[in-house]
Design a protein around this ligand. Structure first.
Ligand SMILES: Cc1cc2nc3c(=O)[nH]c(=O)nc-3n(C[C@H](O)[C@H](O)[C@H](O)COP(=O)(O)O)c2cc1C
Length: 210
């Protein structure tokens, strides 16, 4: 069956993005029949999760009526979550921003991570992720050599956060390419990009065989 991959891109730098270049090297190495959909979180219409929406969610969960506008927004959330789960694998390319991910990617995660949509829990608190059986690749870019220097691991809230989130929604196979460092002498950055793109192409060959 054709593999459907969702590429979630979180860099606002479009074609100059380091993380996106490496994601494209990965996607280019996949067989032609793989279907790739790009979601650029900076272009997506993501419902705002303000007070009315959060209160409305609890009302809806308890089967109580809510304003039409709130009901419509929750329909939009449910559609994004369902479209997200309609893929077999996720490729997330993201810069590191202040040790974590850009706020638009956090917004996306907050939108799709809803009980009954991407996970469910029972009365005693057991959680079942609804993305079980899917795989993910996280391509994170950072100016600092995060992921390549253990003394910096404590600063990494980028991969650590995304791996925790993906695990929570049930993704059981998570792989990582850390594009780092992307700041410094020109030849060092060129080396980062060459190694990352090479790693991405090798990983694509592995995914093609699985
Ligand atoms: C707002 C902002 C915050 C950043 N914070 C960090 C950081 O905490 N650690 C780091 O190593 N790099 C940081 N960077 C640098 C980027 O992660 C780095 O330039 C990366 O290569 C950008 O990826 P991109 O080209 O895919 O957007 C920051 C950049 C910006 C614009």
């Amino acid at each position: 069956m054709t593999m459907r991959i969702l590429h979630i891109d979180a860099s606002p730098r479009a074609s100059r993005s380091r993380s996106r270049v490496v994601a494209e090297a990965f996607l280019a190495g996949l067989p032609d029949d793989v279907q790739v959909t790009l979601w650029d979180v900076w272009q997506m219409d993501l419902p705002s999760l303000g007070g009315d929406m959060i209160e409305g969610r609890y009302e809806l969960l308890f089967g109580r009526p809510v304003d039409d506008a709130v009901a419509d927004e929750w329909q939009a959330v449910a559609k994004i979550a369902a479209d997200f789960l309609a893929h077999d694998a996720f490729v997330i390319s993201t810069p590191m921003w202040n040790f974590g991910v850009p706020y638009r990617l956090k917004h996306f995660v907050d939108v799709v991570t809803q009980p009954g949509m991407t996970f469910r829990n029972d009365a005693v608190g057991n959680v079942e992720g609804l993305a079980a059986g899917k795989r993910a690749l996280v391509i994170g870019a950072s100016a600092m050599p995060i992921g390549h220097d253990p003394s910096l691991d404590a600063l990494d809230h980028q991969y650590a956060y995304l791996a925790a989130w993906l695990g929570f929604i049930g993704v059981d196979e998570i792989e990582r390419i850390q594009v780092a460092p992307t700041f410094g002498p020109e030849d060092a950055v060129a080396e980062t990009m060459a190694q990352s793109c090479e790693g991405a192409a090798a990983l694509a060959r592995r995914w093609a065989l699985d």
